[in-house]
Write a protein that binds this ligand. Structure first.
Ligand SMILES: [Zn+2]
Length: 404
């Protein structure tokens, strides 16, 4: 079984070791070493990256059967020497150390401030979360826990890993006791938190830098807390600060003025939309009245033909409905544009079948589709200009006149 050097020392990044096993998986070279500083995926923490003899290590995993640490190399070439030089990618490792230590501190802070137990932890490439057993935390309790966590960071307390027997572990008041026998690794944050963990941690809490809760979400029976620590917290702050500054500039206000400015915009938009709707209704009523006034009756029926290029199909449909609320009206309307539409409607007591009429005229618009019933039909699709739609309407007019 591989000796896991990172258990007692999370800071060494260069080491030598001996290859004890060479494996192949899909042509890929996999190595087992007698000892390693590479952290394998486990306990919610991401695996390390780095190099072995200069070749990139793209994954590190534990082999369940015997607990060996398996290093996945990017290069497919054989490494012929048994002695190798390993190098850990420090930036990624340190980010994990900051996050993992920060998580222990935050979990203990939630215990102390809200008696909320951490039931699971996830530290991914993008987001880091911990799930609390309680869903009833108030925003104040969350802020209090965050505040306490950062105080522990500022106090720069020592963080020490050590091993005890499972019997000894049971005597200690651990935040989390794993169901394993034999030796158990503990992480001791001086007079604040003691828990079992196999991950890599900083030596003093000050190195965590900053702990920030960024999002709360109901999850199962509890609460999912998304957080950032150290370098990741800084990057997150930078991103959000840039967004806030850009928004403030766009709204010509200060950072604290963004929220009221947006609320004002929303209220103005609502008011404008109300006004627009009122004006559209008036416009439709005016247009309907004009058409009814200017169109002479043929026999008993008023046959209205009109094409629009400024209005959309929704508005023209409303117009057709308004027109045909009057007795003995047929409205043959068109909407010119990228997606031209024909809208045929008649009063309940009017002559003709609008659906049949539409079917006869639609081929004039090319690959058009549509349908409806005796009193209302709509169809179209391909682009058509005013002239083309006028032709289609003249054809429809002739057909309907022949039936009257
Ligand atoms: Zn840990």
């Amino acid at each position: 079984m591989t000796e896991r050097l990172y258990y007692t020392d999370a800071y060494t990044t260069q080491f030598t070791a001996t290859i004890v096993e060479r494996l192949r998986e899909n042509g890929q070279l996999l190595l087992v070493l007698d000892r390693t500083y590479f952290y394998p995926t486990s306990g919610g923490q991401l695996a390390d990256r780095g190099r072995i003899n200069g070749e990139p290590v793209i994954d590190v995993q534990i082999r369940e059967a015997d607990g060996a640490v398996v290093h996945f190399l990017q290069n497919k070439e054989e490494i012929w020497t048994d002695e190798i030089k390993g190098e850990i990618a420090w930036e990624r490792r340190f980010e994990q150390m900051q996050t993992h230590t920060g998580q222990h501190i935050l979990s203990q802070a939630f215990m102390q401030m809200a008696q909320a137990e951490t039931v699971s932890v996830h530290m991914g490439e993008e987001s880091c979360t911990l799930d609390l057993s309680s869903a009833t935390l108030t925003p104040t309790q969350v802020e209090q826990a965050e505040w306490l966590a950062n105080q522990i960071v500022w106090e720069n307390r020592t963080v020490k890993p050590y091993f005890v027997s499972s019997a000894q572990a049971e005597q200690l008041h651990l935040r989390k006791l794993p169901p394993v026998t034999g030796k158990i690794r503990l992480i001791d944050i001086d007079k604040f938190d003691l828990t079992a963990c196999g991950g890599t941690h900083v030596a003093r809490t000050g190195e965590v830098g900053l702990i920030k809760v960024v999002k709360l979400e109901r999850y199962k029976e509890g609460l999912r807390v998304e957080f950032r620590c150290g370098r990741r917290a800084l990057l997150d702050y930078r991103l959000k600060n840039n967004v806030a500054n850009r928004l403030a500039a766009a709204l010509t206000t200060s950072y604290t003025g963004i929220e009221p400015a947006v609320q004002k915009l929303q209220a103005e938009l609502k008011q404008s939309q109300r006004l627009l709707k009122k004006q559209q209704t008036d416009l439709l009523a005016g247009e309907a009245a004009r058409l009814l006034r200017d169109t002479p009756r043929k026999g008993k029926t008023q046959l209205i033909c009109q094409v629009y290029s400024e209005w959309d199909a929704g508005q023209v449909r409303l117009l057709a409905k308004q027109l045909t609320q009057n007795p003995e009206v047929i409205a043959l309307l068109g909407v010119a544009g990228e997606k031209a539409q024909l809208i045929f409607a008649r009063s309940e007591d009017g002559p003709g079948n609008m659906s049949d009429l539409l079917k006869m005229v639609l081929p004039l618009l090319g690959a058009a589709a549509g349908g409806g019933n005796a009193t209302f039909a709509q169809g179209g699709g391909p682009p058509a200009d005013l002239a083309r739609l006028s032709q289609a309407l003249s054809r429809a007019e002739k057909l309907i006149l022949a039936q009257m």
